[in-house]
Design a protein around this ligand. Structure first.
Ligand code: AMP
Length: 499
């Protein structure tokens, strides 16, 4: 089975069902399908793309959803781009994905970098047909490539993570069951659409079951609180940073608003947190404000969701629960020995039908990500007590999690080094209550007497990379601490920022 199989069933059974809302209006299953089909026929030629990558540059709502489904209707692999990324980052994603076609919503055309690729501009408006037509476009099989998402590793630039239709279907159905999704659900969507959390856990889970997805252009606490209190939604999912910001917004509001928001939010049936560790004080404060114990879960771009606290029953603060159905997990030592004792930390490894297929055109890195017997190495340390898992942190200090985004210290260091004043640098993550970690850089300037400010460095880097990768703290030093082999001592560099 695939997402499209389920969506076709929905199209036959309940075409007039409202499943999507964006700034332009509300849309039925029929609307979404007809818009997707219009793009598939008029911009992709209705031909079988045979898994070829097609990049998507579209705003949250009908333009994004219809473009995604259009690529799938033609048997292509969708590569969703982040519409807010600078040209250099978009160019990297298009080049790395090897996409020959970009479907681009007309108003976003000026943001597409000038490169040798076919750009199909679309309005992504519902076409004027009235009736549901049978699906007669190329139809992807479960084993075919469906989606490429970018993720950062410890080395260099982000890699394309490829998921098949079968893996996506497995990721979605597991969550439907575990979190009790039904077509009566309605979710407020405020997450980015180039990351697994926003695409799979929220958007595709909602659409595949015929639930309703209200898509906002982005996160704005002033908009989310009235939304949560409106009584329109049953579900909310976000990263810990968003919950921290919502708490701060609630605390700054007057008593009348606080009461209204708290009472309204308490009526949702479930609120989920993930993509980064949920600090226990945030969980506790959120409970005091909304009466909800956030359901914390753990997953990765490569794996889909792996561990989850229960829908019913006790949710353990600071823990990520037990394996979701279909997931096998184990903890191993550095040498690969499997740990069986409770309370011992080891690397979390995963096997499941929902795992990614490969890092696109990077066979060596794909190979290195798995053990010889086929377990995916997450790079996260975890421990288990009474069968419940707790994430202890990442193995590599060079992976930073900020605002739910995974970023590579090395990638940022390479960019900082291109700034003319910089001789040497080291990028680290500093603990931060709101962001989880904050990207910070220690810099040695070429000319010792020269000053370098965070503002000038940020201005330079914002042309090169996504805003969440750009350091927000800087420390000028005369030397970077290194070991005898010349390797940066990042823990010591972290301490430099305490002073
Ligand atoms: P991404 O591929 O961007 O979703 O990032 C996946 C990484 O986020 C994991 O490898 C973990 O390091 C981290 N992560 C996700 N969920 C949690 C969680 N609940 N607690 C701690 N870390 C998490």
């Amino acid at each position: 089975m695939t997402f499209l199989d389920s969506f076709s069933d929905l199209l036959v059974d309940d075409p007039a069902r409202t499943i999507l809302r964006d700034a332009r209006g509300t849309f039925t299953v029929d609307d979404v399908y007809l818009t997707a089909k219009d793009i598939a026929l008029h911009h992709l030629g209705g031909e079988d793309l045979k898994g070829a990558p097609v990049a998507i540059m579209a705003q949250p709502g009908l333009p994004y959803v219809a473009s995604l489904l259009a690529v799938w209707l033609c048997g292509g692999m969708a590569v969703p781009l982040c519409i807010d990324h600078p040209a250099a980052e978009l160019e990297y994603a298009i080049t790395e994905s090897r996409a020959q076609i970009v479907i681009c919503q007309r108003k976003l055309l000026p943001r597409i970098p000038k490169m040798r690729v076919r750009v199909e501009e679309t309005e992504a408006m519902r076409p004027p047909q009235e009736t549901v037509m049978p699906l007669n476009l190329p139809y992807p099989k479960a084993g075919q490539n469906a989606l490429m998402l970018f993720t950062s590793g410890t080395t260099g630039k982000p890699k394309g993570v490829v998921h098949t239709h079968g893996a996506l279907y497995a990721q979605i159905t597991v969550l439907h069951k575990a979190w009790g999704w039904t077509s009566a659900d309605s979710i407020l969507h405020v997450l980015p659409l180039h990351h697994t959390h926003g695409i799979v856990n929220k958007l595709l889970c909602a659409l595949m079951i015929g639930a309703r997805c209200d898509m906002r252009a982005g996160f704005d606490a002033a908009d989310v609180w009235p939304g949560l209190a409106s009584g329109h939604y049953t579900l909310f999912m976000a990263v810990p940073t968003i919950y921290a910001k919502l708490i701060a917004h609630w605390e700054a509001a007057d008593e009348e608003k606080r009461q209204k928001w708290s009472l309204g939010a308490a009526r949702l049936r479930l609120m989920v947190s993930g993509s980064a560790a949920l600090p226990v004080p945030v969980l506790e404060k959120w409970k005091a404000i909304t009466s909800h114990t956030l359901l914390e879960r753990y997953g990765m771009t490569e794996t889909g969701m792996v561990l989850s606290n229960p829908l019913e029953g006790k949710r353990m603060p600071g823990c990520v629960g037990t394996p979701l159905p279909g997931n096998q997990v184990r903890l191993t030592t550095e040498n690969g020995e499997v740990l069986t004792d409770a309370n011992v930390q080891g690397e979390l490894q995963v096997k499941s039908p929902a795992l990614f297929k490969e890092y696109w055109h990077r066979p060596e890195e794909t190979n290195a990500a798995f053990t010889p017997d086929g377990w995916f190495k997450t790079g996260d340390m975890a421990e288990r007590l009474d069968g419940i898992y707790r994430i202890a942190g990442r193995i590599s200090i060079d992976i930073i999690k900020t605002g739910g985004y995974k970023v590579s210290a090395l990638e940022i260091e390479n960019a900082v080094l291109t700034y003319p004043k910089v001789a040497e640098c080291a990028v680290i993550g500093l603990p931060d209550e709101t962001w989880g970690e904050r990207v910070a850089v220690a810099v040695v300037t070429k000319n010792e007497n020269e000053d370098i400010s965070i503002d000038e460095l940020r201005e330079f880097l914002l042309n090169e990379m996504a805003v969440y990768k750009v350091p927000s703290r800087i420390k000028k030093v005369t030397n970077l601490p290194k070991n005898g082999m010349g390797k940066l001592l990042k823990n010591e560099i972290r301490n430099l920022f305490d002073s």
